[in-house]
Design a protein around this ligand. Structure first.
Ligand code: GLN
Length: 513
């Protein structure tokens, strides 16, 4: 394994800028890694080696010409397959979009390309980002590099698994109810959902527009901040984009200091029903932050208990409307267009065959919730609950700088374990959904391995709207405090494990990579 794979994105950019490694060499090392392990991990839906090497060559040429390179120029990137990107298929994990090539780039895609990041390919996700395990992908599940029989989280499990498997140092995700943070939590990686409106949704295939938010994923806090900075900021193409300066997340990640900060522990997130190892590592992380000089207080957010229920009304309502565009006429799949069938018949056949069960379930629930006569009882009540949740955050942030909780109630569960139980699947997002409902910034940071199963545990940091920098400050302080205990960042354990497995020439079946 090339040592370049283990380097942080910040290091790689430094090596490339200094001419100590070429962008081509870095890209090739990651492409080789993908070729070696992705048959088992299945993080990628599409890899374009030729394109990646051409992009890397362009960075090397710019360096040779003496051009100033940006802070991430030449660094490889995995892109969740929900961002439109020209010259490549975009499926959103759905068979209904198989073979579709978008005619334009998402704003986030354009920004990473302009920043000189080298796109390796598109990563797997639950169909239209609906799920918590990638098992709802129309193209088969992704496997968690910590234990190949476990889920890598979802919907952005492909991006998180690519990071943990050292297939890419950085990745893009989207978070509607936790799809960046929950996969980060269960793969021992970092993922941040920016403030709603902080990153552009233009060209991101819409799931639930009032909740969707693109964001950065990495193995270290600084790397994630660097990607955040590259993609964030106002975009006139997205009407909900915020026209305000981007918080200095990179400075915050470098500062990594929590002395004097007031950290509120959300009383309602944790305790009964949470895995013992999750509770243990979460409490240890709190102790570590206290030792660094933070003040830890308990805060009650009583309306968070409505979050999951309200989300599963608002989100499907928006899904039912957003997914109406897949009508067999405009995009992708068209089934049964035999010349004698009506447009409605073709549409019904195409949607029946092209959408998976979970997508259909949500379209049906959403259509019901929005139907006249039920609108006030369901959608209207859910919107009221959403306001109460936002008020809980406001009240809490009047007395604390950030709120914290475990990122997920459990570690990674087994593939297949929850596929027949949608409610158990939905419960994976219990801690992450409140921040989507209120639109505030929120991130997940690794805080150790649970003793009972040896799997990663995530620590969630929630900050007020447009205070994304605080998320990074706390995350970086935690990363620093835990480094000696876990031997660097958590994924370094996987690196060490795999290196020793290779030395003895063995890989257990169902084991880690
Ligand atoms: N798991 C949640 C859901 O299924 C969140 C998905 C997301 O954030 N895209 O809706």
């Amino acid at each position: 394994m090339s040592d370049l794979l283990r380097r942080t994105a910040a290091d790689l950019a430094g090596l490339i800028a200094a001419g100590e490694a070429s962008a081509r060499e870095v890209a090739q090392a990651h492409l080789d890694r993908i070729a070696a392990v992705d048959g088992e991990v299945k993080a990628f839906l599409h890899v374009d080696a030729e394109r990646a090497l051409a992009a890397a060559d362009a960075v090397d040429a710019r360096r040779a010409a003496g051009d100033e390179l940006g802070p991430l120029a030449g660094v490889p990137l995995a892109v969740k397959d929900i961002f439109c990107m020209t010259g490549a298929p975009t499926t959103a994990g759905s068979r209904i979009l198989e073979g579709w090539h978008p005619p334009y780039n998402a704003t986030v895609t354009r920004r990473v390309l302009d920043a000189g990041l080298v796109v390796l390919g598109k990563t797997n996700l639950d169909e239209f980002a609906m799920g918590s395990s990638t098992e709802n992908s129309g193209y088969g599940p992704t496997h968690n590099p910590w234990d190949l029989e476990r889920i890598p989280g979802g919907s952005g499990g492909g991006s998180a698994a690519a990071l943990a498997a050292f297939e890419a140092p950085l990745a893009l995700g989207t978070d509607t109810g936790g799809s960046i943070r929950q996969p980060a939590s269960v793969t021992g990686t970092v993922g941040v959902k920016p403030t709603y409106g902080g990153t552009s949704r233009y060209g991101v295939i819409a799931m639930a527009s009032s909740l969707d938010q693109p964001g950065p994923c990495g193995r270290t806090v600084l790397d994630t901040a660097l990607l955040h900075q590259a993609i964030a900021g106002w975009d006139p193409m997205d009407s909900t984009s915020i026209d305000a300066p981007v918080p200095d997340v990179v400075a915050a990640a470098r500062r990594a200091d929590v002395a004097g900060m007031r950290i509120g522990v959300v009383k309602e997130l944790g305790g009964e029903g949470y895995a013992p190892g999750v509770e243990l590592r979460f409490r240890e992380a709190l102790d570590a932050l206290e030792q660094l000089g933070a003040e830890i207080v308990e805060v009650s957010c009583p309306n968070f208990r409505y979050a999951l229920g309200a989300y599963y009304l608002i989100m499907p309502s928006e899904v039912s409307s957003n997914l109406a565009r897949f009508d067999a006429m405009r995009y992708g799949l068209r089934i049964g267009d035999d010349g004698s069938s009506s447009a409605e018949e073709v549409m019904a056949r195409t949607r029946g065959a092209g959408f998976g069960a979970e997508v259909k379930r949500r379209i049906i629930i959403g259509t019901y919730a929005l139907s006249s006569g039920y609108y006030d009882a369901y959608y209207g009540s859910a919107q009221k609950a959403r306001t109460l949740i936002a008020r809980d955050f406001e009240a809490a942030f009047a007395s604390v700088d950030v709120l914290v909780s475990p990122s997920t109630p459990t570690t990674a569960f087994r593939i297949g374990e929850r596929t027949d139980d949608p409610l158990a699947m939905y419960a994976a997002d219990l801690c992450t959904i409140p921040s989507n409902m209120a639109g505030n910034a929120s991130g997940s940071f690794p805080c150790g391995l649970a003793p009972e199963d040896g799997l990663p545990v995530g620590f969630q940091v929630m900050a007020p709207v447009l205070a994304d920098d605080r998320v990074y400050r706390v995350g970086a302080a935690l990363e620093g405090a835990l480094a000696s205990r876990w031997g660097g960042v958590l994924t370094d354990q996987l690196w060490t494990r795999e290196s020793s497995a290779r030395e003895i020439g063995a890989r257990e079946s169902g084991g880690t990579l």
